[in-house]
Design a protein around this ligand. Structure first.
Ligand SMILES: *Cc1c(COP(=O)(O)O)cnc(C)c1O
Length: 411
């Protein structure tokens, strides 16, 4: 079979022009937008303005004058548009891990009399760690984490479970869960559902309101391109707003922070998820980065993402030299997120050899090499380069150079 003409696909791609709105180094193809989104070209200018003008000249008046005080809600609402949430239900704040802590305590509070958090054993570790920490804090009588395999999930849903905590796109194999169906099944047993959207937001069409999701969290630095350590977000369906408490009751979540009352009183709506002072510089970078999504739609991005990943999977299967790579990601397009994962017995060396050849991927223990597809800036030609480079690395002695390298702290 002749390989597809990747350049022709780029020429007819309606989203091709968006790539120019990012700064990407020459000679590099970047497949790590699922882990750290690329830098939008206008973000450095925006950060410089926030620093030089808003901070440097207007100083503390900027809290009012430049509306810093409302930034977490404004950015939250912009993210809300990407995940199917009406305004007033998403707050940009903290990290996903901290937001998970708030989400879990909220959910347990909404389901009194139940104490079990159900999750998948292969969920992203921070989700499980935070649940373990909470169980330790509350004690076994009030909270217990139970993990099961995906195949056992529906059988485990029962009146005993307080909250189901899942990540929609698995970080290792890229499998996409059916959020609508799982949420509905959980609700039939009175189970509340928390979704981690770390690898979904900005990549997969979502309808949180329509699907009756209770709570969700997600990252700002992955497909949303907010920069390293960008603030995360948390969604809480408005039907729960008046009933929730969360224990990180900081002053900016208070109904009247500037009344300085000694007693805590939760603020209106999603504001009660705010804890302390937001990092304005970082949040402004995310705010600016979200402009890119105004130029297209999540549906169009999803279509391109699936074409990119399908072409990559087809290439893997058609090239005999790549037979040593096992495809971990589901072949069915509607069962995968925006990444393709391979396993290879020398996965770490393979990832290092690819990076050294200008194909930026990452590695997840024990043997997984991940290719993230970011349709805002990845080209079809990048897929061709990735396949050619994989083939070259696996058919020459390139891998040998990386075999005994010690692992870096971040893989
Ligand atoms: C990346 C990722 C996180 C990151 O959490 P932080 O607290 O922002 O570091 C959380 N959950 C999942 C599923 C992730 O992939």
């Amino acid at each position: 079979m002749t390989p597809p003409d990747f350049f022709a696909l780029d020429r007819s791609d309606p989203l091709a022009g968006l790539r120019e709105r990012f700064r990407l180094p020459e000679g590099v193809v970047y497949f790590d937008g699922n882990s750290l989104g690329a830098l939008p070209a206008h973000v450095p200018g925006r950060i410089a303005e926030v620093v030089a003008t808003e901070w440097g000249e207007d100083l503390i008046a900027s809290w009012n004058h430049h509306h810093w005080i409302d930034l977490p809600q404004r950015v939250g609402d912009r993210i809300g548009r990407l995940i199917g949430a009406a305004p007033g239900q998403v707050l940009c704040c903290d990290s996903s891990s901290v937001n998970l802590f708030k989400a879990l305590t909220t959910a347990l509070g909404l389901n009194p009399g139940r104490r079990i958090i159900l999750s998948l054993a292969d969920n992203f570790p921070t989700d499980l760690y935070v649940a373990q920490g909470l169980a330790g804090l509350l004690g076994e009588a009030r909270c217990e984490l139970r993990t099961v395999s995906a195949g056992d999930l529906s059988a485990q849903l029962s009146e005993e479970i307080a909250v189901l905590m899942l990540t929609q796109v698995n970080f290792r194999d890229g499998e996409l869960l059916d959020m609508r169906a799982i949420t509905r099944a959980a609700h039939e047993h009175g189970v509340l559902v928390i979704w981690d959207l770390a690898h979904s937001a900005g990549a997969v069409p979502l309808a949180l309101d329509e699907w009756q999701v209770d709570i969700a969290v997600g990252c700002g630095y992955k497909f949303l391109n907010g920069g390293p350590g960008a603030p995360a977000f948390v969604y809480l369906a408005s039907r729960h707003h008046s009933r929730v408490e969360q224990p990180l009751s900081g002053w900016l979540g208070h109904a009247e922070p500037f009344a300085f009352n000694p007693a805590y009183e939760a603020g209106e709506g999603i504001r009660r998820y705010q804890v302390g002072t937001p990092g304005i510089i970082g949040m402004s970078a995310l705010d600016a980065a979200l402009d890119l999504f105004d130029a297209t739609s999540i549906e169009a991005l999803r279509e391109k993402s699936l074409t990119l990943s399908s072409l990559f999977i087809e290439g893997l299967e058609q090239r005999p030299a790549l037979a040593a790579c096992d495809l971990l990601t589901p072949r069915e397009a509607d069962r995968r997120g925006s990444q393709v994962s391979l396993s290879h017995p020398e996965g770490y060396a393979l990832a290092q050899a690819l990076i050294d050849s200008g194909v930026i991927v990452d590695f997840r223990a024990p043997d997984v090499v991940r290719f993230g597809f970011a349709p805002l800036y990845n080209r079809y030609a990048d897929v061709g380069v990735a396949l050619d480079t994989l083939e070259r690395v696996l058919t020459t002695d390139r891998l040998a150079h990386f075999r005994d390298r010690p692992r870096a702290g971040v893989t």
